[in-house]
Design a protein around this ligand. Structure first.
Ligand code: SAH
Length: 268
């Protein structure tokens, strides 16, 4: 780990299962003198790999200044510090707000990406977020709550693309999600996947529904936090009888690493 010279590392812990931490993240946690973790979802990941004498603190209840002061104070003592965040640190993680005060204090930082809950939720449901000729685009978004959405990014505007939508931070706003998808022309019976605590052993809940019944299903399952909402024309493709196959594995399709069989035949 000679390349890892930074003092404060923002590490993506992954969606919850400690085994979904990256190897680089695991090495940094094992090396850290202090770990500040965000929320209960990642605490087990920190505990599993940290040194015995590592200072481990939950940032719950700390505001931004308290967090950056905590990190700066320890960095100045020449410690290796990990700020452990759920999923990937670059998605809804206030990364830049934390990085700027560290930059101002002249502290070297590094970021280690993580498996986002969007990917873990698709994996939990054995879904592909893209499918040939169905959609080749994924939008990671949220509905407007206390954080206002920038112009042109309301859910009904984004949903007009009819591509895959991974909707974060919105499980308590399912009614709004329904209304906006319908306003964008989605059919009321279009499939919706909700995954609560994706990848968490024994706690993951997978709810298959439609735009019209997903709220009721989530209510019945008591899912009202830590959940990903996926709306996509690809959902349920595992059961489709007709599927346009990806050209990636098509024997008549040549790409950089594999020559098409026909060409190979001509050559030989
Ligand atoms: N950086 C994180 C997102 C943090 S915002 C990431 O990349 O996943 C928090 C939101 O992420 C939650 O409201 C929920 O929508 C989603 N989320 C985080 N962990 C989750 C999990 N294990 N299962 C489902 N959704 C999760």
């Amino acid at each position: 780990m000679n390349d890892l010279t930074a003092k404060v590392w923002f590490v993506g812990a992954g969606p919850g299962d400690p085994e979904l931490l990256t190897i680089k993240g695991q090495k940094l946690i094992a090396k850290a003198d202090a770990i500040l973790f965000a929320g209960s979802l990642v605490s087990q990941t920190a505990m599993r790999w940290a040194k015995q004498d590592c200072e481990i603190q939950d940032s719950k209840g700390m505001d931004l200044d308290a967090i950056t002061d905590w990190l700066i104070e320890r960095a100045k003592q020449n410690k290796i510090i990990v700020r452990l965040q759920t999923g990937d640190p670059g998605l809804y993680g206030a990364l830049i707000e934390m990085v700027q005060p560290l930059d101002a204090a002249g502290i070297e930082i590094g970021v280690v990406p993580g498996v986002s809950s969007a990917m873990a939720s698709a994996a939990a449901g054995v879904e592909s977020l893209t499918l040939p000729e169905i959609t080749q685009t994924v939008i990671l978004t949220r509905t407007e709550g206390r954080t206002p959405m920038p112009e042109g990014e309301s859910l009904h505007e984004l949903a007009q693309h009819h591509c895959t939508l991974c909707i974060f931070l919105s499980i308590t706003l399912l009614k709004k999600v329904q209304t906006e998808l319908l306003a964008a022309g989605w059919h009321k019976d279009a499939p919706i996947l909700v995954v609560h605590k994706a990848s968490w052993p024994d706690e993951e809940k997978i709810i298959h529904g439609t735009i019209s019944n997903i709220r009721e299903k989530c209510r019945t399952e008591k899912v009202n936090s830590q959940a990903m909402i996926i709306a996509s024309p690809t959902l349920g493709a595992r059961q489709w009888s007709e599927l346009t196959k990806s050209r990636l594995y098509d024997k008549n399709f040549t790409h950089r690493f594999r020559k098409a069989e026909k060409i190979q035949e001509k050559i030989s």
